[in-house]
Design a protein around this ligand. Structure first.
Ligand SMILES: *Cc1c(COP(=O)(O)O)cnc(C)c1O
Length: 501
């Protein structure tokens, strides 16, 4: 049986259902599997002729082995059978013979977070039942834009759950904001926060460990859990699409089974790329994981030097979902490279909290470089990449994916490595249409146009359909108008829970 332990040490080992239910460990650490099942080449080849939901079961069963096969099938079917607009769920698109895009944005909110957040509620509800949990779970989430909406879509009206989402009031696009503040559902609540994403995430982390709030909750038979990418139930489903992309490349005769490939990942909280690392640990033939950052290039520095230093300016960019200075999931990578040294990890996280930086030393840094290469793209380069890729291939990238394509170019120039590479495409270009239209049509053509008018413009000029989840958004009723200070988040939660009574 696969058991889970905290990245901050301790002896407690728990089932996947328990880990999913808790979200975060009591010591502030993240849950990780004690061991990884390794797939052999035959098991990987077996994926080739499967559908996406079947591939998901084939991978998830090695992590969630306290779930029955029927339960897993039930979860993956609820998540991936009809909510995605593409039959393949996560199709691979070829740009040229060595560069491919894995499109992860055909779900209801047009960004890759649907890949995990469509399935998490089902895993969570089953985890609650399995662990005999009687209290109602309240999902508490900080979002830099995409998580919030994806979590709301996933949890809306799911029995036995409630969801509260905080977003940085000036840190998300108009469309992202409208997606959230128009969210329907009896059990949903959305708040803007005056601050940036890190303020918002820090506020949520504090609430999770606030003693007063925890007893307030216990008295009412409520329990917090998280839909952030720190929850194991969100990370595990992300491992699936790395295998799926590989299987599709075999199916299309682009690679032979066993060939190594690169993955290039636009990175923020380090959840997506960490899933790629776990896939490699499970035996997926991966040559390099390329970690792509925007101007908030803290991970580029970290992977190159081994020193993580958040004492720097926070920059608002055209790829807001990657505007992050504390990449929570990096902690899980540190746990692996130190061979599960929870004491060390705990010490580094404490240094980060107290002084704003930590250094993992040359030996660990070298180990990370065996798997990872890192680079970043500034905003001009990102927009230029959107323009170039459209003119070369007639393919429209969103800003986050464009960061990754630009970093891929830099990777090839620096290393000369022409191994087939898959760029993880994390959002529909319609979702970040302001910057995309600016890159494609110039500042003048978009002046005075709202993001909603830009949907039409992008659709017409590039001959692409507006995704169903975004069409008509501005006509929907605004249901969530509250904005609070970062110091007021706890009160907002209490207020909301009291109203629910
Ligand atoms: C969340 C997000 C990312 C970053 O993913 P992480 O798992 O946080 O590294 C990149 N692009 C988009 C569009 C996102 O929504």
């Amino acid at each position: 049986m696969v058991l889970y332990e905290s990245t901050r040490g301790g002896n407690e080992k728990i089932t996947s259902a328990e880990a999913i239910k808790r979200g975060i460990a009591p010591d502030g650490g993240l849950y990780v599997p004690c061991k990884f099942h390794k797939l052999n080449l035959k098991e990987i080849k077996d994926l080739v002729d499967m559908t996406y939901p079947e591939r998901a079961v084939a991978i998830l069963r090695h992590f969630l082995d306290d779930f029955s096969e029927e339960e897993l099938i039930d979860c993956v079917n609820s998540a991936y059978s009809h909510k995605f607009t593409h039959v393949k769920v996560a199709p691979v698109v070829e740009l040229n013979e060595s560069l491919f895009l894995l499109e992860l944005w055909h779900g209801p909110t047009c960004a890759f977070k649907d890949m995990a957040l469509q399935i998490l509620p089902h895993l969570l509800v089953k985890s609650m039942k399995k662990t005999g949990e009687k209290s109602k779970v309240i999902i508490l989430t900080a979002t830099s834009g995409d998580t919030g909406k994806a979590a709301l879509e996933g949890f809306a009206d799911v029995e036995g759950t409630g969801i509260i989402v905080f977003y940085p009031d000036n840190g998300v696009s108009e469309i992202q904001k409208y997606q959230m503040i128009t969210q329907t559902g009896e059990n949903v609540k959305v708040f803007g926060v005056r601050g940036n994403f890190d303020d918002t995430q820090t506020g949520v982390k504090r609430i999770f460990t606030d003693k007063e709030l925890i007893s307030f909750m216990e008295a009412r038979n409520l329990k917090f859990s998280s839909a952030n990418s720190i929850n194991w139930g969100r990370l595990a489903p992300q491992i699936v699409y790395y295998f799926s992309a590989y299987a599709d490349l075999i199916k299309e005769n682009r690679i032979a089974a066993g060939d190594k490939i690169n993955f290039v990942v636009p990175t923020g909280n380090f959840g997506n790329i960490l899933a790629g690392f776990y896939a490699a640990k499970m035996g997926l033939p991966v040559n390099r994981l390329v970690c792509a950052s925007n101007d908030n290039n803290i991970l580029t520095d970290f992977i190159r030097t081994g020193c993580y230093d958040k004492r720097r300016e926070f920059i608002k960019t055209v790829s807001p979902s990657m505007d992050i200075l504390i990449s929570s999931n990096l902690e899980r990578l540190l746990y692996e490279v130190t061979n599960h040294d929870g004491k060390k990890v705990s010490q580094w996280m404490n240094e980060l909290y107290v002084s704003g930086s930590y250094d993992i030393g040359q030996k660990n840094a070298k180990e990370i470089k065996k798997y990872f290469w890192a680079g970043w793209s500034n905003q001009d380069e990102t927009l230029k990449t959107i323009e170039c890729v459209y003119s070369d291939y007639k393919y429209v990238l969103d800003t986050h994916t464009a960061v990754a394509v630009d970093v891929y170019d830099k990777y090839v120039i620096t290393t000369g490595d022409l191994t087939p590479s898959v760029v993880i495409s994390t959002a529909s270009p319609f979702k970040f249409n302001n910057s995309v239209c600016k890159a494609l049509f110039g500042e003048n053509k978009i002046a005075d146009k709202s993001e909603f008018e830009l949907l039409e413009l992008l659709s017409k000029e590039c001959d692409l359909p507006i995704p169903a989840g975004l069409a008509g958004l501005d006509k929907k009723e605004v249901l969530h108008k509250s904005v609070c200070d970062k110091e007021g988040m706890k009160d907002a939660v209490i207020q909301n829970l009291l109203e629910e009574e």
